[in-house]
Design a protein around this ligand. Sequence first.
Ligand code: MN
Length: 228
Amino acid sequence: MTQLSRREWLGATAAAALLPTLRAAEGKDYTLPPLPYAFDALEPHIDAKTMEIHHDHHHKAYVDNLNKALAGTDWLGKPIEDVLKEVKKLPEDKQQAVINNGGGHYNHSMFWQIMAKKSGKPSEEFLKAWGSNLDSLKKAVNDAGAKQFGSGWAWVVWVPQEKKLSVMSTANQDTPLPHGWFPLLGVDVWEHAYYLKYQNKRADYLNAWWNVVNWDAVQTRFKIAMKG
Ligand code: MN
């Protein structure tokens, strides 16, 4: 067995910390990952009450309902990314519940990780893969989020087939995973993510959201994605 270099080991540890749902616990229930900061850490851009309800109630409900949907099956506890990629192999009567609640668990686990009080900036490598500057990326994501009718997410994904970044949106808790695309960053445009502070002004929420993007976490996901 080759020993991991210290750098590789640190990288693997950082990746594991950033991707909590990757940890397989065969046959065990999924659990709600703790929020990696205080509810008020993202103030004034995202208010504490929204964070509390969003994490402790909305995300928890996705986890609970995912566990209910997979109870008694061999799929329970498998890495949620794999379950979502292979959702068509699940019993037909469970597929939509897993898309909704497994997607909700995956999306929110990522969402908490890619936000932080200090936002930093994207790497040059990341912007090169996008093909333009940060302003054009923000505009593309904000447009995708604003145009998503009803509830959903706006995403920056790594498209392995083209070795570049792309912007897209999905409805409800659907993920980019079944397309084979790796989500690097996603912004929740469900009303529960912003309504207390921004009411119907989704565009204001989207503009403010960029102040709390954790670019270090996005960069870590980018590196994992590029490794395939
Ligand atoms: Mn949400």
